[in-house]
Write a protein that binds this ligand. Structure first.
Ligand code: PXL
Length: 284
């Protein structure tokens, strides 16, 4: 099995599953090395009250410079939550100096959910810079709230309806990324999932039963599974979206059954062994 390696820019939140802890765990389960580029350290993700935050934006340029000196080479570059858009410069630096030919940049433009921006710096200026950054990505994975923000609209300006979602996919594609995947799409008949579209005309909608609960961090889980599936089977976006929608559904369903506090996230540890069964080889 070929060894693959990614660099992942996220915060690390000590409590509440998500961001870097999810990225590292999913990559390990997929047989992919995850090199953490830590943009901020938080006591817990920001859905908890009064979290302590140490921003590390100023440390990133020296870190990526060191990676360049060492000669680190990556098959994938992945960014999620950024406490400051200046952090994206370090990812673009890695893309220029440390990416293997044909490597993939996946940007999860983490800014909000459910019609609201997350606590923090996620205003219109941040969203504009995020849109510029998304233009340089191969794959972007906004939810509907983030899609609206990327397009310069209010976080609650969207409608979860097929014609509206198609238009959002086209408009986000026009920003420049090769593929757009919008998460949190409902079919109005009890199913939820993700819609995708590429510059080469592939499109689709992958759905699973909706579970009546909200768990922070499922967007991070979705993007992490999507990226690892794409690295295992390059070019197979429909397969990767299906893997990601299906795995998030299974984690949410299992956690809902278990009845643990939703704010603590999904019971990822129990589910990871089933993500990529051992008999499934990479690249097949
Ligand atoms: O799940 C996205 C996310 C990532 N990182 C931090 C967050 C959130 C969502 O609230 O607070 C720190």
């Amino acid at each position: 099995m070929e060894h693959k390696r990614i660099a992942a820019l996220h915060d690390i939140s000590g409590f509440g599953r998500g961001s870097m802890t999810t990225a590292i765990a999913v990559c390990a389960a997929a047989g992919i090395q995850c090199c953490p580029l830590v943009g901020a350290v938080l006591s817990a993700h920001t859905a908890y009250p009064d979290v302590h935050i140490r921003d590390l934006t100023a440390d990133l340029p020296a870190t990526v410079e060191n990676w360049k000196q060492i000669g680190c080479r990556f098959d994938g570059l992945y960014s999620g939550y950024m406490s400051d858009m200046a952090q994206s410069q370090s990812m673009l630096y890695l893309k220029e100096h440390c990416a293997k030919p044909g490597s993939l940049l996946l940007v999860d433009p983490v800014m909000g959910d459910n019609g609201k921006a997350y606590a923090g710096a996620f205003g219109p200026a941040f969203a504009r810079q995020m849109a510029d950054y998304c233009a340089r990505a191969d794959v972007i994975t906004p939810n509907l709230t983030e899609a609206a923000m990327l397009l310069g609209e209010a976080p609650d300006a969207w409608r979860d309806e097929p014609a509206f979602v198609s238009r959002y996919l086209e408009r986000l594609g026009a920003l420049g990324p090769f593929a757009v995947v919008i998460t949190g799409i409902h079919d109005g008949k009890g199913q939820v999932g993700a819609a995708f579209r590429t510059q080469t005309g592939a499109s689709g909608l992958i759905l699973r039963p909706q579970v009546d609960a909200y768990f922070p961090g499922t967007g991070d889980l979705f993007a992490s599974v999507l990226l690892t599936a794409l690295l295992r089977r390059p070019g197979e976006l429909a397969f990767a979206v299906e893997r990601a929608v299906d795995f998030v559904y299974r984690c949410v369903e299992r956690t809902h059954q278990a009845g643990t506090p939703p704010i603590d996230g999904v019971l990822l540890e129990a589910m990871l062994p089933a993500l990529f069964p051992a008999q499934e080889e990479q690249g097949q």
